[in-house]
Design a protein. Structure first.
Length: 258
């Protein structure tokens, strides 16, 4: 399908999703959210596509969050699609890895999109924050839940109660960001992370992500006894056997995602 507010393309095993509203700092309105949700639906359903990178058009913003000017004119309500804000913040059944390449401001819903991703690489000019209380709102796309699970509680509360943003370096210090690089190295860095993931068994990667997400909040013993469907699928898979054979034969494995 054609998209008006995002760019979506696939290059081999990699999907690229770009929020394409630079004139409003890549802020999202319902039509943009619907397009993002459809793109993530397609990525999830495509057996040939294994990793996604999401970024924002231009150099100033990854996403400034909800398009408040649009909301002021049309109201706060609006259908966002299956994945919630950004197509991903309410998507709890996507076990393919998603990398956020943050090229500028990631505020409000923009920060929530990044937090919903598995890996975040950031330009050194990036800023991260949840400023919703400054405009009488709240971070309802998972920010109030995900941030305290990512950083120490006092750091999270300080950010959420004041709306004060973090620099990219500060975000890296608190473990929000995996790597900070100059802006002109950002896309190459995100691709490097993607290629390092693609060098691993996709079946193993998805099982690992499922366990990591679905075991959160459980006691250790309970989490280790819990049944995870993708772990069961992993054993006896072609990928598992390929990994063992490639190791024994001292060659590079040829993964199939099966």
């Amino acid at each position: 399908m054609s998209y008006e507010f995002i760019k979506y393309e696939k290059q081999g095993r990699l999907a690229r999703i770009v929020i394409n509203r630079p004139d409003v700092m890549n802020a999202l309105h319902p039509p943009a959210n619907q397009e993002l949700s459809k793109a993530f639906d397609d990525f999830d359903a495509d057996p040939e596509c294994w990793v996604a990178i999401i970024s924002g058009a231009g150099e100033k913003a990854f996403s400034a969050g909800n398009d408040l000017k649009y909301s002021a004119q049309h109201g706060m309500a609006g259908e966002m699609g299956k994945g919630g804000f950004g197509g991903i913040t309410a998507r709890f059944d996507l076990f393919k890895p998603v990398i956020a390449a943050v090229n500028g401001l990631a505020l409000g819903g923009g920060f929530e999109i990044a937090l919903a991703c598995d890996i975040i690489v950031a330009a050194d000019s990036a800023r991260f924050g949840l400023p919703e209380p400054k405009v009488g709102l709240a971070a309802l796309a998972g920010g109030m839940q995900r941030l305290p699970r990512t950083v120490p509680p006092k750091i999270a509360m300080g950010m959420m109660l004041t709306g004060k943003p973090l620099t990219a370096a500060e975000a890296a210090q608190w473990g929000i960001v995996n790597e900070v690089v100059p802006l002109d190295h950002l896309q190459a860095t995100a691709e490097r992370w993607a290629n390092e993931i693609l060098a691993c068994s996709p079946s193993s990667v998805r099982a690992t992500k499922q366990v990591a997400l679905q075991s959160q909040g459980l006691e250790l013993e309970e989490s280790m006894k819990k049944s995870y469907p993708l772990v069961g699928k992993l054993f006896g898979s072609e990928d598992m056997m390929e990994g063992v054979m490639a190791f024994a034969q001292k060659r590079k494995p040829e993964w199939k995602g099966k």
